[in-house]
Design a protein around this ligand. Structure first.
Ligand code: ZN
Length: 128
């Protein structure tokens, strides 16, 4: 949904795009990542005239500036973090139960503890 303001910006942008083309810009076969209008190359720089900003295009992740790569990395490994956090708390629980098992002389408790440890180990294997 476009409000009047962004529609106006869009019209302005398309006009600016047409003007840049007349002035020797090259229309690219790539859409703007934000508004998906075609990007234009002017003097080796790439612009989106609709967003009115320069667009940087990289073929490879390693061409990205360091800070952008860092920001991208921050978003991705979240799953791994949860994964290792679960693993860590399982391992901690198992260790605590194992200590209790060491100290326990009550057959019922020993039974309970070893069953629980067994289950936790199973879960840990699945997480791994
Ligand atoms: Zn754009």
């Amino acid at each position: 949904m476009l409000n009047d303001n962004s529609r106006k910006n869009e019209e302005e942008g398309i006009k600016a795009l047409a003007k840049a083309l007349r002035n020797g810009g090259t229309l690219l076969n790539i859409g703007c990542p934000v508004c998906s209008y075609p990007l234009i190359r002017i003097n080796d720089k790439i612009y989106c005239k609709v967003c009115n900003s320069e667009v940087l295009i990289y073929k490879d992740e390693k061409d990205l500036p360091k800070e952008i790569r860092k920001a991208l990395k921050k978003e991705t490994p979240q799953k791994e973090d949860t994964h290792s956090a679960i693993k860590q708390s399982l391992e901690k629980k198992i260790e605590n139960l194992r200590k209790r098992l060491d100290e326990s002389d009550d057959p019922d408790e020993i039974m309970k503890l070893s069953k629980t440890i067994d289950k936790l180990l199973e879960t840990l294997e699945k997480v791994d």
